[in-house]
Design a binder for this molecule. Structure first.
Ligand code: G3H
Length: 540
């Protein structure tokens, strides 16, 4: 048994470096509606950190503060503000020229950048993401905003010209859809939310944004930036239980776009509440159980490196994580040995500690859930094959490598979304193919191998099953300009910098017969700037 990685896991208050200490609990009572921060005097939700402190009385979970538990009526005031700002498409925001909307988003980005340290610190305290990844999440989000602005400029430049087809003169532009409800996940509470929120806004929609279940306080430092950067009602931020607030929004029938990242069950339940489902466009990022497949001819060191980060970065709490590994029986012994060596070298600790990878988990009850998955597998013949695997301290769960995993075990199908690594040995490639074909999920897969025939065959088989096939690399969303989607229960729609602009808009065509009177009319409209739509303005 190697040294217990958990014995000195939690710090005393004095151990925390000064720049990462908290200055007391935050009682947040404000929320953003109709261009103003309003105060909520009702009940609050306690915000707990995944981090515990080592005290003379034992490990004590840190309480970070509290956030408003808005009721349905208050959530509906946010929706009303968004509906008014959209004003059935006549509002100032949906009619603003693209260059102007871009200026508002640039203004927001400048203000957001001022809050980097505050947001990064809260990412660590609220969800336990390590410093490097928290900084990366913030910076990647800012880059995404810049890329979105540039992509929209391109779209708009292409729309600035007229087309002539079969004697019909036309101009096509992408225009907004209406009111968007944007909700993100707790593992990327900033990034994933903003990958829908920013495209929704920049395309001229108005938005109600509800932060994720964890990573809520970290939105607080951005509320003033939202308030000051956009016209009243264009962006509204609400807090509270999804059941109470979001259900009411969906049941109102006034939501036009539902951007949600979470479970397929929650997404289905919410979509069903909408009285006019045909009028609801959805952009959903849902569950996944991405397999990593290690073929017999393989660069094993590379496969192990990718499988380690693929299954365990941010403790496996990524929708794109490798959640099951199929390893050919010829190499499974060496694979596990190398995997465990790498795993043993991963540092457990607090998010701000240099080089730390394994950190406490934010979800209450998560360690119990993961233990239950491990026990179920053990009861059916699997073993935890790494030292300390499954050890728990407070909210920390040391990764458990399970082998051999079989189809009867819960972990074969369930998305663990945490540090449990199931390894299935296989002889016949059909076992793996069946798994992918029969799976309820279809986000991504990773194939590790060097044999062109085998890799080529799997690529062709999986191309109609998942949204992305990674060869000799872990699954991941980036680069953000590539399409990110999924099949089956894993997603609805495609997101990327460019695709998101499409998702949050629709093309409108203005067409006329190519005749002299019409040509003169269109020329006059353009020349005298009588329309925001019919224009040949070119954004530089
Ligand atoms: O949780 C799902 C994220 O979209 C994954 O993004 O692959 O960059 O970690 P990532």
């Amino acid at each position: 048994m190697s040294q217990d990685p958990l014995s000195s896991l939690y710090p005393t208050a004095a151990d925390i470096p000064e720049q990462y200490r908290l200055s007391g609990q935050v009682e947040q009572r404000d929320y953003l509606v109709d261009g103003e921060l309003r105060r909520w005097d009702g009940p609050l939700a306690t915000v707990r950190s995944p981090i515990f402190l080592n005290t003379p009385e034992g490990d004590q979970q840190v309480i970070l503060g509290s956030t408003p538990l808005l009721d349905a009526d208050t959530a509906l005031t946010a929706l009303d503000a968004a509906v008014r700002a959209y004003d059935k498409g006549r509002g100032a925001w949906p009619n603003l020229r693209v260059a102007e909307r871009i200026r508002h988003v640039e203004g927001f980005l400048a203000r957001m950048l001022e809050q980097r340290d505050a947001v990064v610190k809260l990412l660590m305290w609220e969800i336990g993401k390590n410093l490097k990844d928290s900084q990366k999440e913030f910076d990647r989000t800012c880059d995404y905003i810049v890329d979105t602005i540039n992509a929209l400029k391109d779209v708009d430049r292409k729309s600035s010209r007229f087309e002539l087809e079969q004697d019909t003169l036309g101009q096509i532009r992408r225009v907004p859809l209406g009111v968007a409800l944007c909700m993100g996940p707790y593992n990327y509470p900033l990034n994933e939310t903003f990958t829908t929120l920013i495209p929704a806004l920049i395309m001229g929609n108005t938005v109600v944004f509800k932060p994720a279940k964890f990573g809520v306080l970290l939105i607080r430092p951005l509320l003033e930036a939202f308030r000051d950067s956009f016209p009243a009602g264009v962006i509204n931020v609400i807090y509270g239980s999804g059941r109470e607030t979001v259900s009411a929004l969906m049941a109102s029938g006034k939501i036009d776009i539902f951007a949600f990242i979470g479970t397929h069950k929650a997404a289905s339940d919410l979509k069903k509440l909408h009285p006019k489902p045909h009028r609801l466009r959805s952009a959903l990022g849902l569950d996944a159980k991405n397999p990593g497949i290690v073929l017999p001819e393989v660069d094993l060191d590379n496969a192990v490196n990718e499988a380690i980060t693929g299954s365990l970065s941010f403790n496996g709490q990524r929708c794109t994580a490798l959640k099951i590994l199929f390893v050919h029986e010829n190499v499974v012994g060496s694979f596990i040995e190398k995997f465990n060596q790498k795993l043993a070298a991963l540092k457990s600790g607090m998010p701000w500690e240099p080089g730390v990878s394994l950190t406490p988990l934010p979800e209450q009850g998560k360690t119990d859930y993961l233990s239950a998955l491990v026990k179920d597998a053990e009861a059916q013949g699997a073993k935890v094959v790494n030292p300390n695997g499954g050890a728990i301290r407070g909210s920390f769960f040391y990764p458990a490598v399970l082998f051999p995993v079989t189809p009867q075990m819960r972990v074969y199908q369930e998305e663990q979304f945490g540090p449990v690594v199931p390894i299935v040995p296989f002889r016949d490639l059909e076992t793996v193919i069946d798994y992918v074909l029969e799976s309820d999920f279809g986000q991504q897969a990773s194939i590790f191998g060097t044999d062109a025939t085998q890799v080529g065959k799997l690529v062709d088989l999986f191309a109609n099953q998942v949204g992305r096939i990674n060869i000799n690399a872990q699954c991941q969303r980036g680069p953000d300009t590539y399409p990110f989607n999924g099949r089956k229960n894993s997603a609805e729609g495609t997101l990327s910098v460019f695709d998101a602009l499409r998702t949050f808009s629709i093309r409108t065509l203005v067409a006329t017969k190519f005749q002299d009177a019409n040509k003169t009319l269109i020329s006059d409209i353009i020349h005298d700037r009588k329309s925001n739509f019919l224009t040949t303005d070119y954004i530089f």
